[in-house]
Ligand binder design. Structure first.
Ligand code: ADP
Ligand code: MG
Length: 386
């Protein structure tokens, strides 16, 4: 793909600057970021590129090689969302944060996006397009934002312009990714640690279910609300509680009866256990105990299936078929759920068998041909040479 040529084809002049931000895959710690827990994502080598150049039209002209809809916006129309569902809301919501902070664009820009993260597959193409936009406008406006600021700007865009009450994990991973490392992130304090993924002879395989059902913003926001409800009910016995992640298993066992709503109780059960699993998994990885890491991944999937109820038949079929294959150390859904991808640790020599057997069995069960990517773990948002 010659993106410079595409830019010329679309806008009739050359791009002047180029930027990149990656998608991410979360290894463990699912649906805990908005509950204040630890997560363990890594940035992919796939991501979204943004090429841009000034124009003399006083317009921001948004184009994507992934989506047909083109949008031109005058410079005084950058602070409110477009109709729900427009892809431009993701980048626009980031630009709006700069405008609201008082930064002004002194002329129009032509913007061309292209991403190789499959959209809607739980690998956070949304964070990639947000973070690449925030990174680029921070650069253009010389706003001096830190990477953590850029992650927050992306999250704010997703909340206000895309209508998803997401946590900070996706944008943080896209902003902070480091090659061959995962990021152990405390979503309350944003303290983090890069942990090398030393996995001699083991590969990270991402399997795309291509499920027709996706996690929509409604189902996601409902989970967020159910967790808040659980915290609310627990406050009757623990008034200072802010986040479910503050509870360890013992304390939760003592106070869980305060949650009267059975659904909220199941949601909280997942979150508390998943927080503990994530801590344990990182400890296991650091100790070189990949087998334990893999078992915790499997347990994470089961908890997301039974207590959080966000897996659905497609992700369950993919994980169950993976668990059957010799050489699979662990496998679980990743991302928000319902559709999207699983992530598996697979011994290198078993990868071809994995792809063949899981692919065939999944197709037989669902009628859908999946895709497999052997993930390369890459760096976070950056400027590209043009
Ligand atoms: P995920 O983040 O799991 O990929 P989302 O539903 O959160 O799925 O975000 C996908 C949406 O983000 C797409 O439907 C589109 O609106 C927007 N998007 C992501 N990448 C691009 C891109 N390169 N060009 C245009 N829109 C994009
Ligand atoms: Mg997303």
């Amino acid at each position: 793909m010659d993106l410079n040529q595409s830019f010329v084809d679309v806008f009739g002049h050359r791009a002047e600057q180029a930027f990149f931000a990656p998608g991410r895959v979360n290894l463990i710690g699912e649906h805990v970021d908005y509950n204040g827990g630890h997560v363990f994502p890594c940035a992919l080598s796939f991501g979204t590129r943004l090429l841009l150049a000034p124009n003399d039209q006083n317009l921001l002209r948004f184009r994507s090689l992934n989506v047909a809809a083109a949008v031109d916006l005058p410079l005084d129309r950058l602070t409110s969302p477009l109709a729900k569902g427009s892809w431009v809301n993701y980048p626009l919501g980031c630009i709006a944060q700069f405008v609201r902070r008082g930064y002004r664009l002194h002329g129009g820009y032509d913007l061309l996006f292209w991403g190789d993260v499959p959209a809607g597959a739980g690998l956070s193409s949304s964070a990639a397009i947000e973070v690449v936009t925030a990174f680029a406008f921070n650069h253009l406006l010389e706003a001096g934002c830190s990477r953590a600021d850029l992650a927050r700007i992306g999250q704010q865009s997703e909340h206000e312009f895309a209508g998803v009450s997401c946590g900070i994990m996706d944008q943080f991973a896209s902003a902070f990714g480091r090659k061959d490392h995962a990021i152990y992130l405390d979503c309350t304090t944003l303290d983090f640690e890069y942990v090398p993924l030393q996995m001699d002879g083991v590969r990270l395989v991402v399997a795309n279910t291509h499920s027709p059902h996706k996690l929509d913003s409604g189902a996601y926001n409902e989970r967020v609300a159910q967790c808040r409800e659980a915290v609310e009910q627990l406050r009757s016995s623990s008034p200072s509680l802010q986040n479910l992640a503050e509870l360890d298993a013992q304390r939760f066992a003592r106070i869980r009866e305060a949650i009267k709503d059975p659904v909220a109780l199941r949601r909280a059960t997942h979150v508390v256990a998943e927080c503990q699993r994530t801590v344990d998994a990182v400890r296991a990885l650091k100790a070189g105990d990949l087998l334990r890491f893999g078992r915790l991944m499997n347990e994470s999937h089961v908890s997301l299936r039974d207590d959080y109820e966000v897996t659905g038949p497609y992700l369950d079929a993919m994980a169950e078929e993976a668990w059957k294959v010799r050489g699979v150390i662990g496998s679980r859904m990743t991302g928000g759920g319902f559709g999207g991808c699983t992530v598996s640790l697979v011994r290198e020599e078993a990868v071809p068998t994995f792809v063949e057997r899981v692919g065939e069995a999944y197709s037989a069960r669902t009628g859908i041909a999946p895709d497999f990517y052997v993930a390369e773990i890459g760096d976070g948002a950056r400027i590209l040479d043009i």
